[in-house]
Ligand binder design. Structure first.
Ligand code: ADP
Ligand code: F6P
Length: 477
C-alpha cells in the first residue's frame, strides 16, 4: 500500500454505522462496551489479523459530556475504533426509522412508505460522518465505507475531501441484497442513494445477482453506461462494481474448539442430547431470517414424524436485534407465541423438541453448540450472505453435520450442492429437508462437508478484505 502522496503509506479507514464494540451506560453511570454481533463485524474483525485500520462508527449511545466522550473514545481507541458521536434523537431517526424501517425492508423486497423527516435525519447523519472522516483522513488514504446506513457518504466525502485538497480512494460495500430494479425504484429517494454510492471508486456486493441488480438500477434510473462485466461510467468517472465473496475466520473456530472449557462443554451437551439428533439455528431476531417459517415447518415435521418423538431437538438461538423498532417487537411476540404452541403440543415429561434462547450467547457456547449439532437449519427469506452457515461448517470437522440452507441466502449460490436447499415458505419442502438432513448417510455427509469446508477455508474474511483493498488500490493508483 505505497503512495508517494503520503510518505509512501496509504492508511486504511473503515467506516460503518456499527462499531466492533457497542457501548452502553450502566445504572451507576459508567460506560461498558460489549462485542457487537452481526455479519459486518464478523467479516471486518477477521480482517484485523492481516490488515491495520482505523474504524469509524456510531458508539450506540448519546454522550454529551466532554469528559465522558473522552472516556468512551479512550476505550474504543484500544480497538482502533473512533466514535462518531450523534444526538440520540437524530441517531434514532437515522438508524431505526430510515435505515431499519425503510432501507432494510426495501433491500429485502418488502414494500415501504417514505418518512420525510427520517430521510432528513439520514442525510444529516451521513453529513456528520463525512465531516468526521474527511477531517481525519490524510491525502492518499483508502476509505472503505460499509452498508446501507451510509449510502450517501461516498458522495459527501468526495466533495469534502476535494474541498480540503485531499485525494483519497473510496470503496463501498453493501452487506445486504440489492433488489431488482423494479423493486428499488419504488423508493422515492432511489436516485439520490445510488448517486451517493456511485461517488465511490469501487462498489462491492456479496453476489453477482446483487451487483447486476445495482447496475440495472444505475442504468435505468441515472442512464449510467454499463460496461460488463464490472464497470459503470457515470458523470465522467469509471466505477468498478463487482461481487467479493465475504467469509469468516475459520481458524478462530478451530482455536476455540481446542479450549479445555469448550471441550468439556461439548461433552456435557453430548451427554444431555445423547439419544437425540440436534438441529441448531442461530439468527438475529429479524423477519428476514424466516423464523416463523422455520417454526411452522418444524411443527409440521414433528406432526409427520411421530416415530421421532423424543429423538430430535431444535435449539434455536435468536439474538436480540433492533429492539426499538416496532416490526422487531411484533416479531418477538409472534415467535414467543409460536414457541409456546409447539412446546405445548409436542413436549413430553422427557423433554421438549424445541429449545428457544432469546438472548446473545457467549462465543465459546456458540462454538460448542455448532460442534454438537447434527444439522444447521437457516431459513432466510432474503439474506445478503449469511455467515452463520460458514461458522457451522467450521465447527463440524468431526461430525460432518448437514447444512440445510434457504435458497434465498446469498451463501446458497456458492454451495454447489454441498447442502440441502429449499424454498423457506414451502412448508412441505422444508419439513422434508429437515428429515433428509437427520437421516443422511455418513458417506454423503462427508463428501458434502469436504466440499463446504474447502469453500470456507479458501474464502476467508481476510481474503475478502484483502482482495477488495488490493483492487481499490490498483484502480486508484
Ligand atoms: P447478520 O449479519 O444478518 O446478522 P450473519 O449470519 O451474516 O447475519 O452474521 C451473524 C453473525 O453474528 C455471525 O458471525 C454470528 O456468529 C454472530 N453472532 C451470533 N450471536 C452472537 C453473539 N452472541 N455475539 C456476537 N456475535 C454473534
Ligand atoms: O447484515 C446486514 C447488517 O446490517 C450488518 O451490517 C450487521 O452486521 C447486521 O446486519 C446487524 O445489524 P445491526 O447493526 O442493526 O445490529
Amino acid at each position: 500500500m505505497a503512495d508517494p502522496r503520503n510518505g509512501g503509506k496509504r492508511n486504511l479507514i473503515i467506516v460503518s454505522n456499527r462499531l466492533p464494540l457497542s457501548v452502553k451506560q450502566t445504572d451507576d453511570g459508567t460506560y461498558q462496551s460489549s462485542i457487537s454481533s452481526g455479519g459486518l463485524v464478523t467479516s471486518l474483525s477477521g480482517l484485523t489479523k492481516s490488515t491495520t485500520f482505523k474504524w469509524f462508527g456510531w458508539p450506540g449511545l448519546q454522550v454529551d459530556d466532554p469528559q465522558d466522550r473522552e472516556k468512551v473514545s479512550k476505550s474504543l481507541a484500544a480497538h482502533n475504533a473512533v466514535a462518531v458521536f450523534l444526538d440520540q434523537k437524530l441517531a434514532n431517526q437515522h438508524y431505526n426509522c430510515f435505515s431499519n424501517q425503510i432501507l432494510w425492508p426495501i433491500l429485502h423486497y418488502q414494500t415501504v412508505t417514505l418518512n420525510e423527516s427520517a430521510w432528513e435525519s439520514y442525510k444529516k447523519v451521513n453529513e456528520l460522518f463525512a465531516e468526521s472522516v474527511a477531517d481525519a483522513a490524510s491525502d492518499g488514504d483508502l476509505i472503505w465505507v460499509h452498508d446501507y446506513h451510509l449510502m450517501l457518504l461516498p458522495g459527501l466525502l468526495r466533495k469534502r475531501l476535494e474541498e480540503q485538497g485531499k485525494f483519497c480512494a473510496i470503496g463501498f460495500s453493501l452487506h445486504t441484497p440489492f433488489p431488482a430494479k423494479d423493486f428499488w425504484r419504488a423508493l422515492p429517494v432511489r436516485k439520490e442513494l445510488i448517486e451517493g454510492i456511485l461517488a465511490s471508486d469501487q462498489v462491492g456486493f456479496h453476489t453477482d445477482e446483487y451487483k447486476q441488480n445495482f447496475m440495472d438500477s444505475c442504468h435505468s434510473l441515472l442512464e449510467a453506461t454499463i460496461e460488463p462485466p464490472d464497470k459503470i461510467r457515470w458523470k465522467g468517472r469509471w466505477i468498478i462494481a463487482d461481487s467479493f465473496i465475504v467469509g469468516i475466520d475459520p481458524q478462530k473456530f478451530e482455536d476455540t474448539l481446542q479450549k479445555p472449557e469448550v471441550i468439556s462443554r461439548i461433552k456435557e451437551l453430548e451427554e444431555v442430547y445423547k439419544d437425540k439428533k440436534v438441529i441448531i439455528g442461530v439468527d438475529r431476531l429479524d423477519y428476514i431470517k424466516g423464523l416463523t417459517l422455520k417454526l411452522k415447518a418444524y411443527d409440521a415435521f414433528l406432526d409427520e414424524h411421530k416415530e421421532l418423538k423424543n429423538k430430535v431437538v431444535l435449539i434455536q438461538v435468536a439474538v436480540p436485534s433492533r429492539e426499538d423498532v416496532k416490526e422487531y417487537q411484533d416479531l418477538e411476540t409472534e415467535i414467543s407465541t409460536m414457541v409456546g404452541k409447539i412446546d405445548g403440543k409436542h413436549a413430553t415429561p422427557d423433554g421438549s423438541p424445541l429449545v428457544y434462547m432469546h438472548r446473545s450467547v457467549p462465543f465459546t457456547e456458540l462454538t460448542a453448540l455448532y460442534a454438537v449439532a447434527d444439522a444447521c437449519l437457516l431459513t432466510s427469506m432474503r439474506d445478503g450472505m449469511n455467515l452463520v452457515c460458514f461458522e457451522y461448517v467450521a465447527c463440524q470437522a468431526k461430525k460432518h453435520g448437514v447444512l440445510v440452507l434457504s435458497e434465498f441466502a446469498g451463501a446458497s449460490s456458492f454451495m454447489n450442492g454441498g447442502c440441502i436447499t429449499f424454498h423457506p415458505a414451502n412448508t412441505k419442502e422444508l419439513s422434508d429437508a429437515i428429515y433428509r438432513a437427520i437421516t443422511m448417510r455418513p458417506d454423503e455427509r462427508e463428501s458434502n462437508y469436504n466440499q463446504l469446508r474447502r469453500f470456507i477455508d479458501k474464502n476467508t474474511s481476510a481474503r475478502w478484505g484483502e482482495t477488495f483493498i488490493e483492487r481499490l488500490t490498483k484502480c486508484t493508483a
